[in-house]
Design a protein around this ligand. Structure first.
Ligand code: GLY
Length: 382
């Protein structure tokens, strides 16, 4: 843990591309999408705090590249701060790190009315949000997502949690942030693999209910991934708007929010079977999962084969994997994947729920999927 004292103000000007409101009554909050937001984080955060004091939770990679900008901006606003730095990687979303983090936050004398900051990707956001949801029976937090995946998905909507040996995100809570600052400038230093993985979640929004956006991505996706700043800001904004609209209607996933899991049931099973290793990262698993969802929909007679081909063609054109065979490290067993699928949060009373589709932009929640049909389908895909 480290602390820092007042330094000079940032010289850049924040450029807000768009502000999106997540409308949840008293728990509503804005998502600012733009550039220069990290350097001016303090001025966005100050009005939200109850006293000029906060704790930043981040990881070692973000601490090197991005943390100093945020610390300086807090100094400039006279906000006292401490930083807790955790190891990067999915393994950090564990009970051990949750215990460590809550202890460190208590050591930092975080009070019930204080607000902490999650500065990082999905791992830091999910873990910090969950710690905030249980610390002193619940404190507030702010999300400053620094990965594309976190900016378009995990920082928005209040899903927080950790993984257990039995699966991903199986322990957690719904806990909405007070503010989200999505600075697309933070994405310029991301490794290409991580940027592509986040892009898969952007494609998801087109496939759920925005066929025009999918078409836009087919035209602009490659340029966006090569550093097209305005294209990126547009895609992040459309994604956050799409997610905010669904979350506002179904915060706790009683119905429509499940659509956001398109590709995730297959994807989580692939990640679990790969042992949450570098063999496959979350966004890649979602890319394969979305292809499988379209192919399974076709096999079920719901959608045409052309849709599945089009989805795979686009994902593959930007360098994402599209089938189970693309995962390095040897074949997987269909039976093992089905076993993981039963552990998924979307299994209910032994029945399987999937997000299937009637075509691009026509995803829907399909209940009571026949396990034998699923096993047979996966047998033809492993
Ligand atoms: N990532 C899916 C959701 O937030 O509901």
């Amino acid at each position: 843990m480290s602390s820092s004292s007042a330094k000079s103000a940032a010289t850049t000007i924040p450029q807000i591309h768009e502000t999106i409101e997540v409308s949840l009554g008293a728990r509503s909050y804005p998502i600012h999408v733009g550039t220069g937001l990290l350097e001016h984080a303090g001025s966005f955060i100050k009005p939200v705090l109850t006293r000029p004091r906060t704790v930043i939770v981040t990881d070692h990679n973000v601490a090197e590249a991005i943390l100093p900008k945020v610390q300086k901006s807090l100094d400039a606003e006279g906000i006292a701060h401490q930083t807790i730095t955790l190891p990067p990687g999915e393994g950090t979303k564990s009970f051990d790190n949750l215990a460590r983090l809550t202890d460190l936050l208590l050591d930092a004398k975080v009070e019930r009315s204080d607000i902490i900051i999650a500065l990082g990707g999905g791992v830091i956001g999910d873990l910090t949000g969950f710690a905030a949801s249980i610390l002193r029976r619940g404190i507030d937090f702010i999300q400053i997502p620094t990965s594309l995946l976190a900016q378009v998905d995990s920082s928005v909507g209040g899903k927080t949690g950790i993984n257990t040996k039995r699966g991903k995100n199986l322990v957690g809570a719904f806990h909405q942030p007070r503010l989200v600052l999505a600075d697309t400038g933070a994405l310029s230093s991301l490794p290409p693999r991580e940027l592509r993985a986040g892009y898969a979640e952007i494609v998801k929004y087109g496939l759920i209910n925005q066929p025009d956006f999918f078409e836009w991505l087919e035209k602009n996706g490659a340029a966006l991934l090569e550093g097209g700043t305005d294209l990126l800001a547009h895609a992040v904004t459309v994604s956050c708007k799409a997610k905010a609209a669904i979350v506002a209607q179904d915060e706790r996933e009683q119905g429509k929010r499940a659509l956001l899991n398109l590709g995730h049931t297959f994807g989580h099973a692939l990640e679990a079977e790969a042992g949450y290793s570098g063999r496959i990262v979350h966004g890649e698993a979602v890319a394969i999962g979305m292809c499988l969802a379209h192919e399974f929909s076709q096999v079920q007679g719901l959608a045409t084969g052309q849709d599945a081909v089009r989805v795979a063609a686009h994902l593959s054109s930007v360098g994402l994997p599209t089938c189970i065979g693309d995962i390095p490290g040897g074949p997987m067993l269909a039976e093992a994947l089905v076993e993981h699928i039963y552990q998924d949060k979307k299994a209910s009373g032994g029945a399987l729920t999937f997000i299937l589709t009637r075509g691009i932009g026509k995803a829907f929640v399909a209940k009571d999927i026949d396990p034998a049909a699923l096993l047979h389908f996966l047998t033809t895909r492993v």
